[in-house]
Design a protein around this ligand. Structure first.
Ligand code: NDP
Length: 401
């Protein structure tokens, strides 16, 4: 029987555990561990009620590599699914190397004091994982994750050559709050306020945060404003598909979100450097996280749909062709199924699928891998079966902005 350790009992962790419980024949014995055990116990109780499957729980500080290794040994896990925060990626990878365990995550490592979103720290583990005969699968969420697989799918089945790639992340949902983020607020705000980079003709082009706004008419969701951002999959995709001449990432934000963010930024609440407050060092962004709504609690009130996908222009049989591969996900349907909104759902389902493909040997390898390096077919097939069906549309012209 397979044994799996999932670390991180947040919004994404809850979905991963529910989806693993739905596939108990693949996942066998699952342990959920996090900084605070009571959150794991709450998720385990929900899973027991909804699906009737027992989940083991444990407490761990995943910043501590030895403690994490000890827990891996205790559980007998052969795979660790890391859905804690990006800060823990390296300590968990170290624990996997120390115990001979495979590794999967959904977000690249970041040092706490700088928002860099770069893979080089984790790519530096390539040789150690390879020599240990272990696999580390990086970024098995939606974006990164499914968006990387959509690119690999287009390259395998839809286009002979991809020239331009635009990843469009649209959350057309409404949670009824003045200001809230759909996943961990600290990580989300670090991402949104970071300088924008995109890949063009073999180099990075840098522009100020939130400076390129475009309206786009999304399938099913309708017209939304989206902003160009940097996102980590641009780095791995431009490395592994060097034919891509231009790769960009876009995310939709409503006017209220932008207004609040501007004020928070202007008053210094999004800073990630420490400030002294009543004789104690605090990080303003971490304090802000403490007063914002918990994304895990937004599920009850969120209505509407997400539409995330890739618009890719290239050549097929000598002709220019533009394809749009996307998924539509409904917040209320996700809540009815697993008690979470669609942003956690669209991340947790691909994490479960990546883990299932590793455990069944459909995806294997020695070393550190990004999603686009794997065969997209079994992953695309599981997306259709496990809650994230995708569509392909042929557009009559490339994006004209
Ligand atoms: P949450 O903040 O809801 O959950 C994170 C969990 O990790 C919490 O339960 C937290 O514990 C736990 N945790 C934090 N630090 C530690 C530690 N040192 N040791 C053990 N556990 C710890 O985040 P989300 O669920 O929204 O996001 C989870 C991950 O998914 C993040 O890395 C995020 O970047 C990534 N993500 C990826 C996406 C993608 O599409 N690829 C999209 C959305 C998210 P506690 O509750 O005690 O604080």
């Amino acid at each position: 029987m397979n044994k799996v350790l999932v670390i991180g009992a947040g919004g994404v962790g809850s979905v991963v555990i529910h989806k693993m419980a739905q596939l108990a024949d693949i996942f066998g014995e699952v342990t959920l561990a996090s900084r605070r055990k009571f959150k794991c116990d709450e998720i385990a109780a929900e899973v027991k009620k909804r699906i009737g499957v027992e989940i083991k729980t444990a407490e761990v500080d995943a910043d501590n590599s030895e403690a994490t290794a000890a827990l891996i040994r205790e559980t007998g896990a052969t795979l660790v699914v890391n859905v804690a925060l990006p800060y823990q990626d390296l300590t968990i990878m170290d624990a996997c190397l120390a115990t001979g365990t495979h590794y999967l995550d959904t977000a690249n490592y970041e040092p706490r004091d700088e928002a860099k979103f770069e893979y080089h720290w984790q790519w530096a583990y390539q040789q150690r994982f390879e020599e240990a005969g272990l696999m580390a699968l990086l970024g098995s969420g939606f974006d990164p994750g499914v968006t990387n697989v959509f690119t690999a799918h287009a390259k395998k089945h839809l286009l002979d050559r991809i020239d331009t790639l635009d990843i469009l992340d649209c959350n057309g949902g409404d949670h009824g709050q003045h200001f809230a983020t759909n996943f961990n607020p600290e990580i989300n705000i670090r991402e949104v306020t970071a300088e924008v980079r995109h890949w063009e003709n073999g180099d990075w082009v840098t522009t100020p945060a939130m400076s390129n706004k475009q309206a786009y008419d999304f399938p099913v969701v309708g017209e939304r404003n989206m902003y160009q951002m940097y996102h980590e999959e641009l780095e791995s995709l431009s490395k592994h598909l060097p034919e891509i001449k231009r790769a960009r990432f876009w995310m939709t934000f409503g006017d209220a979100y932008i207004k609040h963010l501007e004020v928070l930024q202007n008053v210094g609440m999004t800073r990630i450097d420490p400030v002294m407050y009543e004789g104690k060092e605090i990080i303003p962004l971490q304090f802000l996280k403490a007063v914002l709504p918990n994304p895990g609690d937004l599920g009850k009130t969120t209505k509407g749909k997400t539409c995330i996908g890739n618009i890719m222009t290239g050549e097929k049989d000598g002709e220019e062709k533009t394809v749009y591969v996307y998924n539509i996900c409904d917040h209320e349907e996700c809540f009815a199924e697993v008690g979470s909104q669609a942003v956690s759902y669209t991340t947790g389902v691909p994490a479960m699928i990546g883990a299932a493909l590793m455990l069944t040997g459909k995806w294997s390898g020695k070393g550190v891998f990004n999603m686009e390096q794997m065969d997209p077919d079994p992953f695309m097939d599981m997306l259709n079966k496990h809650g994230l069906p995708w569509q392909v549309a042929e557009l009559d012209k490339p994006l004209d902005f």
